[in-house]
Design a protein. Structure first.
Length: 216
């Protein structure tokens, strides 16, 4: 009886543990590739010290007929390094005319992304990341309207450096602006190494077929 009770207790503990820590669980503000945060990003703070670089400018939404659908201003900043060994990118915007439903930042490759909102502006309702990992999108419901300013959105990554990037403003039209992104991963170099490895392997296979097991 005691042995059975112990087994039942162990089984119950295992079920409880699974309930508390389900497989694939992530931190509330960690945004994995292909993932969606179904709520506004929680409050955060900007990295300490002055930003490495900052851009302030204007955006204009144009529809397929090149008709202006909205205008506004934006600020983008990058901290690299950001105090934790990675690169952090921030963006905020102010709507002058029209509306904004979403904004997207690009070129995040396979880097990790943690998202936060800062300040008292309009917060996003949810944040998503594309299935290829490249794009992080902040969505607003209702749209951000003329006269309103967004919260500052911070994306923390584990990238070692930064590069130029693109910000897309969307609602009835699309507007592109210059921002920041993590430095691209050396995909080309990796592909070259893989190709060389494949050529070397083919040569070894040919030597074996010829009955010669010699060192290259």
């Amino acid at each position: 009886m005691l042995r059975c009770l112990r087994r039942l207790t162990a089984c119950a503990a295992g079920v409880a543990l699974f309930t508390v820590l389900p497989a694939g669980a992530v931190m509330a503000d960690s945004l994995p590739i292909g993932g969606v945060l179904g709520a506004a990003p929680s409050a955060g703070v900007l990295p300490g010290g002055a930003a490495t670089a900052t851009i302030s400018g204007n955006y204009t939404l144009k529809d397929v007929n090149n008709v202006t659908k909205g205008t506004g201003t934006y600020n983008a900043s990058v901290w690299s390094p950001d105090g934790s060994g990675g690169t952090s990118i921030s963006v905020d915007f102010h709507v002058l005319t029209g509306l904004i439903a979403t904004i997207s930042l690009t070129n995040f490759d396979s880097y990790t992304t943690d998202v936060f909102s800062i300040g008292g502006g309009v917060n996003a309702n949810d944040v998503s990341r594309s299935s290829d990992g490249e794009t992080v999108t902040f969505s607003f419901r209702p749209d951000v309207s003329a006269g309103q300013t967004s919260a500052t959105f911070l994306i923390k990554t584990n990238a070692p450096n930064y590069a130029g990037g693109s910000i897309q403003f969307i609602d009835g039209g699309v507007g592109s602006a210059v921002g920041f992104s993590p430095v691209p991963l050396p995909a080309t170099a990796n592909m070259g190494l893989a190709l060389l490895g494949g050529v070397g392997g083919l040569g070894a296979l040919r030597r074996l077929k010829n009955g010669k097991n010699v060192e290259a």
